[in-house]
Design a protein around this ligand. Structure first.
Ligand SMILES: Nc1ncnc2c1ncn2[C@@H]1O[C@H](COP(=O)(O)OP(=O)(O)OP(=O)(O)O)[C@@H](O)[C@H]1O
Length: 411
C-alpha cells in the first residue's frame, strides 16, 4: 500500500502542461495588453499634464465597459508603468488601486488609500473627511502625487452616496490651498449607475470617458495566444484549442466577449489535461472546462433530451460520435448524416430524409444543444459545421443512448 508521502510525491512529480499557471490568474497583470492599445494611449494623453506640469490639474477619467473587458488590468498596467516613467522624470508619483466592491464607504476607501500609501493614521476617533485631509497634507509635505483608481465605482455610488463622491472628487475646488496632487480613474460597468448622482457631480465625472468594448473572437484569440505562451509549456496548447475558446466567448460569435471567462476556460482545460496526465490540451478538455464555467447549460441540455423525438436523438448521437472521432471542435453536416445512417442501421430504424435531418439539426440549435456555423477558412466548399460545447461527450453519449433505449421500449 502506498504511504501518504508516496501519494503526495506522485502528484508533485506528475508532469504538467503548465509552466506557470498563475499567469492565467485574474490578479496577474501582464506587460502586454493586446487590443487595449487605444485605451492605454488615451490614458497616457489624459494624464500627460501630470508629468509636464505636476500639480496643475486633478485629472479624472472614467473607464466604462462590461464584465471582463480589461478595465481593471488596463488601469493597473497603466498605473504601474506611469509611476515608473514619472519617477524617471524625478516626480514622486504613486499608484493606488481601491476596489469599491470591498471598500464601499468613504471611511473604508480613505483608510485603504492611507494603508497603500503607508501613511500613519491615528487608530480611532477621526472622521473619513479628517483622515482625507491628513493624506492631503502628507502628500504636500513629501511632494508626492497619486493616481487613485476607484474600481467597481458603482458600489461606492450606491452605498456611500452623492455627498461622499462629491467630497472625494471636489476637494480641490473647495480647498484652493492644496496643490492638486490626486488624480482619479473611475471604473464602472455602465453609465447608468452614475445617474444616481446629482447632475453637477455626474457631469464632472463623465467628461473624459474611455470605452471598453466586449472582445471579438479574433481579439480573444490574440489575448489567449499571448497568455498561454506565458502559462503553458510549448506545444501543449494548439491554435485549434485557442480559437475554439475564442469562438465560444467572442462577442461576435454569440458569446459575452469576457476575457476573464476565456482565460478561466483555458486554465480549467489545462487542469483537465493534467488530471488525465495528457500531454496536450484537447478540444474535449475545453468542452469539460466550458461546462464547469456554465453549469446551467448542461442542466438545460440534460432537461431537454427526454423531450426530443427519437430521430432527433439519433442525429444528436451521430453528432456526438462524429465529434469524438474527429477530435475537432466542429464537424460537417455531411459526416454527421453518414454516421446517422450507420446508427439507424444499428438500431434497425429507417433513416429520415435529408430535409428532415436538416430540420432536426436546426431544432437542436434552437434549443442551444449544439452550435452551427458555416464553414470558412480551413474547409473546402461551403457546408454547415456542427459543434457541441458542453462536455464530457462520453457522458452525453451515454445519456442520449439511455433515452433512445427508453423511447424505443416505450413504442
Ligand atoms: N487585452 C488583454 N490582454 C491580456 N489579458 C487581458 C486583456 N483584457 C483582459 N485581460 C484579462 O482578463 C481578465 C479580466 O480582465 P479585467 O479584470 O481587467 O476586466 P474588467 O473589465 O475589469 O472586468 P469587471 O468589470 O468584471 O471587473 C483578467 O485576467 C485580465 O488580465
Amino acid at each position: 500500500m502506498p504511504t501518504a508521502r508516496d501519494i503526495i510525491e506522485s502528484i508533485l512529480e506528475k508532469p504538467s502542461v503548465f509552466r506557470s499557471r498563475d499567469k492565467l490568474y485574474p490578479e496577474y497583470v501582464p506587460a502586454y495588453l493586446p487590443h487595449r492599445e487605444e485605451q492605454l494611449k488615451n490614458l497616457a494623453t489624459y494624464f500627460r499634464p501630470l508629468l509636464v506640469e505636476p500639480g496643475s490639474i486633478s485629472q479624472r477619467v472614467l473607464l466604462v465597459g462590461s464584465i471582463g473587458t480589461g478595465k481593471t488590468v488596463t488601469a493597473k498596467r497603466f498605473g504601474s508603468d506611469f509611476k515608473q516613467l514619472a519617477r524617471q522624470r524625478g516626480i514622486n508619483l504613486e499608484y493606488v488601486h481601491v476596489n469599491c466592491h470591498r471598500d464601499r464607504t468613504l471611511y473604508l476607501v480613505v483608510q485603504e488609500i492611507a494603508r497603500q500609501l503607508r501613511i500613519p493614521i491615528p487608530p480611532r476617533g477621526l472622521s473619513a473627511q479628517e483622515m482625507f485631509h491628513i493624506i492631503l497634507k502628507y502628500l504636500e509635505n513629501r511632494d508626492m502625487y497619486v493616481i487613485l483608481t476607484l474600481d467597481e465605482f458603482d458600489y461606492f455610488i450606491e452605498v456611500a452616496g452623492n455627498d461622499a463622491v462629491y467630497f472625494l472628487v471636489r476637494t480641490y475646488d473647495e480647498h484652493s490651498e492644496y496643490t492638486k496632487r490626486i488624480s482619479f480613474i473611475f471604473i464602472s460597468r455602465s453609465l447608468t449607475s452614475l445617474s444616481r448622482l446629482d447632475s453637477a457631480t455626474e457631469s464632472y465625472l463623465v467628461r473624459n470617458i474611455i470605452n471598453f468594448k466586449p472582445y471579438a473572437s479574433r481579439e480573444l484569440y490574440d489575448i489567449l495566444k499571448y497568455r498561454s505562451s506565458e502559462a503553458f509549456y510549448e506545444g501543449t496548447v494548439g491554435d485549434d484549442v485557442l480559437s475554439y475558446i475564442a469562438e465560444l466567448v467572442g462577442a461576435d460569435t454569440g458569446g459575452s466577449g469576457n476575457a476573464r471567462l476565456a482565460l478561466e476556460i483555458l486554465l480549467l482545460a489545462g487542469q483537465e489535461a493534467d488530471k488525465e496526465g495528457a500531454p496536450r490540451v484537447t478540444i474535449e478538455h475545453v468542452r469539460r472546462a466550458f461546462t464547469q464555467t456554465n453549469p446551467d447549460i448542461s442542466v438545460m441540455v440534460n432537461d431537454a433530451l427526454p423531450h426530443l423525438p427519437l430521430h432527433e436523438l439519433l442525429i444528436l448521437l451521430a453528432i456526438v460520435r462524429t465529434l469524438q472521432r474527429s477530435g475537432e471542435p466542429y464537424v460537417r453536416i455531411g459526416e454527421v448524416e453518414a454516421e446517422y445512417h450507420h446508427i439507424c442501421e444499428e438500431y434497425g430504424e429507417t433513416p429520415r430524409r435529408h430535409t428532415q435531418v436538416y430540420e432536426y439539426v436546426m431544432d437542436l440549435k434552437r434549443r442551444s444543444i449544439i452550435e452551427t456555423r458555416l464553414s470558412g477558412k480551413g474547409y473546402r466548399g461551403k457546408s454547415t459545421l456542427i459543434g457541441i460545447s458542453v462536455g464530457p461527450l462520453d457522458l452525453l453519449e451515454k445519456r442520449i443512448r439511455e433515452i433512445i433505449e427508453y423511447k424505443r421500449e416505450e413504442r
